[in-house]
Design a protein around this ligand. Structure first.
Ligand SMILES: Nc1ncnc2c1ncn2[C@@H]1O[C@H](COP(=O)(O)OP(=O)(O)O)[C@@H](O)[C@H]1O
Ligand SMILES: [Mg+2]
Length: 232
């Protein structure tokens, strides 16, 4: 298993948000996480990545405990996180964004990894001297996804990559995520409101409601949102 989560409890100050979550992810697997706003999806990713310290429970990455480990270590060990919303530096150029995200890499590796990002997102190469904040919404999202690839992650946490994008662009970003999974054979925990998109990409699904997993299992094509609705 690449990721194993046991009895995860987490929250903010005295507000308990996650009430004992448990699940696992296999190598190469894409797991979709859906649930209403405020259910704790973002809190889950933040806690797994080490931006929040869990109150209880354990997180294992490839069998080693990483509970509460700092994000910098996680990045170095191959875990990447794309936060909900922006996830880039708007005042820096595309190239500068890639450079700042490649902290600790030597120049050759930086070049190679940037090239990998440009292969996936050719538009970013065309715009590499443009400030990221002046890119279109879709391009900015591709930039945010691209930045997570600089350390060649084997495990990616993506928080709502389709948020706020037009349907055509959502489609494009999702295809990019499928391509990343195919090319790098990494595991992706994808938080996504758009169930139809989750169905296209993910092999398994986790439904989170009020800080608890109310359904988890294999996604079969016959599943529709109405069937899952009862869990919401
Ligand atoms: N920084 C914060 N401080 C206090 N409460 C927060 C903070 N961020 C989120 N919350 C609360 O935690 C709960 C879960 O939020 P979140 O994880 O963002 O849910 P989701 O990503 O599923 O929409 C919500 O009740 C939200 O108001
Ligand atoms: Mg969220």
């Amino acid at each position: 298993m690449i990721l194993e989560v046991k009895n995860l409890v987490s929250g903010y100050q005295n507000k308990r948000v996650l009430h004992g979550l448990a699940f696992g992810m296999e190598d190469g697997e894409v797991v979709g996480t859906i649930g209403h706003n405020g259910g704790g999806k973002t809190t889950l990713l933040k806690t797994l990545f080490g931006l929040l310290s869990p109150w209880e429970g354990q997180v294992f990455f490839r069998g080693h405990e990483i509970t509460g480990r700092k994000p910098g270590f996680n990045v170095k060990e191959g875990i990447a996180y794309m936060p909900q919303g922006q996830g880039l530096f708007p005042d820096l150029t595309v190239m500068e964004n890639l450079e700042i995200s490649s902290f600790g890499l030597d120049p050759q590796t930086l070049k190679k990894r940037s090239q990998q990002v440009f292969e996936l997102f050719p538009i970013l190469e065309e715009r590499k001297r443009q400030r990221a904040g002046t890119l279109s919404g879709g391009e900015q999202r591709m930039m945010s996804v691209g930045l997570t690839l600089m350390h060649e992650p084997t495990l990616m946490f993506l928080d709502e990559p389709s948020l706020g994008l037009a349907p055509r662009i959502v489609q494009l970003v999702m295809e990019n995520i499928i391509e990343i999974n195919r090319r790098f054979k990494n595991s992706i925990l994808l938080v996504e409101q758009n169930f139809e998109q989750v169905k296209r990409i993910a092999g398994k699904i986790i439904v989170i409601k009020l800080g608890q997993i109310v359904f988890s299992g294999v996604l079969d094509p016959s599943m529709d949102k109405r069937k899952l609705w009862k869990y919401f």
